[in-house]
Design a protein around this ligand. Sequence first.
Ligand code: NDP
Length: 506
Amino acid sequence: MADKTGSVGGSAGGGSAGRTARVATVAAGLDWQYAPAPESRDIVSIAPEYGLFIAGEFAPAATGRTFATVNPATEEHLARIAEAGQDDVNRAVAAARVAYEQVWGPMPGAERAKYLYRIARILQERSREFAVLESIDNGKPIKETRDVDIPLAAAHFFYYAGWADKLDYAGFGQAPRPIGVAGQVIPWNFPLLMAAWKLAPALAAGNTCVLKPAETTPLSALLLAEVCHQAGLPSGVVNVVTGAGDVGAAVVAHPDVNKVAFTGSTEVGIAISQAIAGSGKKLTLELGGKAANVVFDDAPLDQAIEGIVNGIFFNQGHVCCAGSRLLVQESVADQVVDRLQRRLTTLRLGDPLDKNTDIGAINSRQQLDKITELSAAGEAEGAHRWSPPCELPKRGYWFAPTVFTGVSQSHRIAREEIFGPVLSVLTFRTPDEAVTKANNTPYGLSAGVWTEKGSRILWMAQRMRAGVVWANTYNRFDPASPFGGYRESGFGREGGRHGLAAYLDV
Ligand code: NDP
């Protein structure tokens, strides 16, 4: 049994608790030392400055203003990025309009598909470059960018390329029409993947796009713009305007934008709905979540532990559908928490470019402050906080994986989206109680169920108010499968045939 006296919170590892745990792991014969396995940065060349991508060309902002992007794992300055103003947004929307009217809208679907296939193939060819760049700019481990973000982004382009010439057969009536110019605002947690989720269906359906990446993670979207250029995509079909929230606000409010797609916080999602209410713009919102991951006493516990870890510690918990509330049946709760803590002592936190790293950096100082504040609130409200012994790097933004037990439903850590590597454990006795607790949230994005009984999976899935329910797995994504929520998690679906509907005049 692993030592459970881990050090707690922001700076783990150094004290006597860390030493106690290390003695225990050595005694148990589990002290496997890993040699460093850093991925080389040489494949990426980061320019000192990046312009906006408008009408097929990179150019500085009209105002000449720029902002910095940093590596959150080291706080190293990476590059200066053009900060778009209203004039730049106007130019981007105008370029998208011309491309829509003159080139992309009238183009046969089979021709559009060729460009999408080309983008997908280039993403595959340059996947290592994208993976390294994404890890550097976002802080997420290379094994996740390499094995999840980039392959899935390419898969989305492949998948929607397949639809481009089959829209007549997609179930939306004969010859469904595109909407026009799409304004798309994306967050920092999956920068390239969110860009792919937005661009691929929009382009397949015949729309043109103005994309606003998150301020802290602009680099992969700008590299994707370069890929669009490399693929020969006609100018103006995809435009990328960088900057802060005000640039996103200018994109969505622009009168010549016909469709708005947003992924991010519920707060900003509400602001966007209000800003465009009555404008006739079509809107999809993919917002936050506080998902329940429900473990029954008959579940295969070893697999469930892996699912719990994947559910909340994948991507440092910066995942809208993260399984941040573990609901475990009371009869196995102690066993599950013991096994979970033991598993967490084996996670490796550190250099995102090291191929052995499981947990990378928190994306920004602002997000670290939010996680720190909510975790402190968990302790203050009486929950028991635990983290495995692990040494946090001196520079950069880091937070140890954290588990709260003794959590009650009224605690802030059980109600608010933390968006970090923090798990709240609650218990239940009966399936009815599990459903009641799982649904006790204003969100409705995702949920997980762990049980060996198929009938119970179906019973739970019918009752849990979540857009996606995973059974005996978690955080599974496929371009053919629709994803999205309801209530405060937003509306509309991305992925699959459903994802096309958001970009067609149906
Ligand atoms: P935001 O919702 O603020 O950011 C998402 C995107 O929207 C970014 O590109 C942002 O720009 C842009 N934006 C900000 N304000 C506006 C506006 N008024 N109009 C249009 N676009 C706008 O998320 P944060 O990055 O601030 O994160 C805050 C919290 O949101 C997190 O702690 C987490 O709980 C949640 N979140 C949820 C996500 C999800 O996938 N559901 C993703 C990201 C965050 P900029 O980057 O410059 O601020």
